[in-house]
Design a binder for this molecule. Structure first.
Ligand code: HEM
Length: 433
């Protein structure tokens, strides 16, 4: 049951214009302005309240150490169902009304669950997503990386995000879940509209797919039917893929329900590709603007793991997750009250001057680099080892083929409050031999 959040918080409020931008999807497409706001907040009001029209007030957590402190205490700071991401008051009230009538307002997933249930579900796939578990996919992943990079052959300009990096992680997920390649276009269209219903370009019909719904709940229905058929199939014919592991898992001695198995697939399918594709493109964007950093990795491939880590810090494709305080708690000298809502800003933590030397510099050899783009604590990204493996293999293959890269137009970030990242990256390049 979702815990009700406070309608008012009597503590220090940030300026109204910044609060207004923090709830505006378009502001996240304007990355430089966003970073200016976050830098100002870290310096002047590292923990303050945002009160924006149409939204319940929330604490804006901008400092790395504060996000860690919150992440260490999942018993006090809960994900709280639909409240796990920023939703407006209307949506929240509708969700609460559905729950009050005994319904399930949101798709129940790892991200909406809290202790102790959350850990039981997370353990179902812990082995598959551990470093050893993902390593077995490496050769498959290398083939898929080569195939993605093949799109660069025979030309010298490309939208790197859409033509090269976007499909690659999606294909890895298809292979991980054991889904046919022919479902790729449909899954891509569904997840783009699921994540970006407010980005006019990505939520529309640009994929050419026939699915016309744009509201989030319609997309959920379509995805449900698709994945329910997979659950039934894997129960009848179990294989070794992750879809089978989930469909045949038991929670507290009972077979997982169809709805929970479907939600599990959905979370993996949606969480795992835009994030990784954006972080990969984010590195290419940064390298295209910094030939000296490109040259360093080209000359020394042992820098690839550190390039990957820096790319993920630099891009920070997940803009936030929310937590709800279940008890009073003092943080940074301020009194958080039970019921208060908090936004954890990963892009801000990843530019925190107290943690990162010269945080606004992109350094392929940054050491140490404790980037926090994967979050922190009980909900830390389940797919982090897979994402790093994919990106490492991809860059190894890319540096085999690309001699030079530069921007060929203006890159664009996604207008989205939650999972953002990059939606366009025009580059000009020269391939080897
Ligand atoms: C660079 C790529 C990625 C980034 C930046 C990223 C980021 C995140 C973040 C910030 C969270 C929430 C952490 C928190 O609340 O503390 C998360 C959770 C999650 N991620 Fe990722 N992710 C990436 C790739 C992936 C991949 C490849 C997969 C799977 C194929 C994946 C699956 C998940 C799942 C299932 C969760 C929920 C975990 C839980 O609630 O226990 N992610 N991710």
């Amino acid at each position: 049951m979702t815990t009700k959040v406070s309608a008012d918080i009597s503590a220090v409020h940030m300026p109204g214009d910044i609060a207004g931008r923090l709830v505006d999807p378009k502001a996240y497409g304007q990355w430089d302005q966003l970073q200016q706001d976050l830098t100002w907040l870290r310096r002047e009001m590292p923990l303050s309240v945002a009160a924006a029209e149409g939204y319940d007030p929330f604490w804006m957590v901008t400092k790395y150490n504060d996000i860690q402190e919150i992440g260490r205490q999942p018993g006090i700071f809960a994900n709280n169902g639909a409240r796990k991401t920023l939703i407006d008051r209307n949506f929240a009230q509708r969700a609460e009304a559905i729950e009050a009538e005994g319904g399930r307002a949101v798709n129940r997933s790892l991200l909406t669950m809290d202790a102790p249930v959350h850990m039981r579900y997370r353990l179902v796939t812990a082995a598959q997503f551990a470093p050893k578990g993902v390593k077995v996919l490496e050769e498959d992943i290398r083939g898929l990386a080569r195939e993605a990079i093949d799109a660069m052959e025979g030309r010298d300009e490309i939208d790197f995000l859409n033509a090269v990096s976007h499909r690659f992680p999606l294909r890895v997920i298809l292979s991980l879940l054991g889904l046919p390649r022919s479902d790729e276009d449909m899954l891509l269209a569904m997840t783009q509209r699921f994540f970006n219903p407010r980005d006019e370009e990505l939520a529309g019909e640009q994929t050419g797919n026939s699915i016309g719904a744009t509201a989030n709940h319609d997309i959920l229905h379509e995805m449900y039917d698709y994945f329910a058929a997979i659950v039934a199939n894997r129960r009848a014919n179990p294989t070794s893929d992750v879809a089978s592991v989930i469909a045949n898992s038991t929670i507290n001695g009972e077979l997982i329900t169809e709805a929970d198995a479907v939600s599990y697939y959905l979370t993996i399918a949606t969480a795992g590709h835009d994030t990784t594709a954006s972080s990969t493109a984010g590195a290419v964007w940064a390298l295209a603007e910094r030939p000296e950093e490109f040259a360093k990795v080209k000359a020394d491939r042992s820098l690839i793991p550190s390039l990957v880590n820096e790319a993920i810090r630099w891009t920070s494709p997940v803009n936030h997750f929310m937590r709800t305080a279940l008890a009073d708690y003092e943080l940074r000298g301020q009194q958080i009250r039970a019921g208060d809502w908090l936004m954890l800003s990963y892009p801000s933590a990843n530019r925190d001057e107290d943690i990162f030397e010269a945080p606004f510099e992109f350094r392929v050899d940054r050491q140490p680099n404790p980037q926090m783009a994967f979050g922190f604590g009980a909900h830390v990204c389940l797919g982090q080892h897979l994402a790093k493996l994919e990106m490492g293999v991809f860059f190894d293959e890319l540096f085999n083929r690309v001699e030079h890269v530069e921007l060929a137009g203006e890159p664009k970030r996604i207008d989205s409050i939650s999972v953002g990242g990059i939606k366009r990256l025009p580059v000009r390049y020269k391939l080897a031999g």
